[in-house]
Design a protein. Structure first.
Length: 120
């Protein structure tokens, strides 16, 4: 069973994502801030991370940069999820190594397709 980490400080977003993936063959774990996300990526070794950009303690772009610099975690695929839709933000996320950058609100079916593509 593939493991997915959802890192978002808004519980309702975590629950929406969890519900979206219900019925799929994924084990879901979550983190509510950047530091917790970084910790869980190191300990849990998820197969994919859904990472919010705006979070307390450490933002998603900082988490992304640290994950991609660490030889132990650099290959973990990360999809950035954010309400920040400017092209500059997207370019920065992709430039730091994110597999994709999805703008909130998003279509659950679109997100599931992206997850399946990346984890195939």
């Amino acid at each position: 069973m593939k493991k997915i980490l959802i890192a978002d400080d808004k519980l309702e977003v975590v629950e929406l994502l969890r519900a979206t993936m219900e019925g799929e063959d994924y084990q879901i774990i979550s983190a509510s801030d950047g530091r917790e996300a970084l910790e869980k990526i190191g300990k849990e070794k998820p197969d994919l991370v859904l990472l919010d950009v705006v979070m307390p303690k450490m933002n998603g772009l900082e988490v992304l940069a640290k994950v991609k610099k660490d030889p132990q975690t650099k290959d973990v695929p990360i999809i950035m999820l954010t309400a920040k839709g400017q092209q500059l933000d997207k370019d920065k996320g992709i430039g730091l190594g994110a597999e994709d950058y999805i703008i909130k609100p998003f279509s659950p079916s679109h997100l599931l397709r992206k997850i399946e593509e990346i984890m195939a």
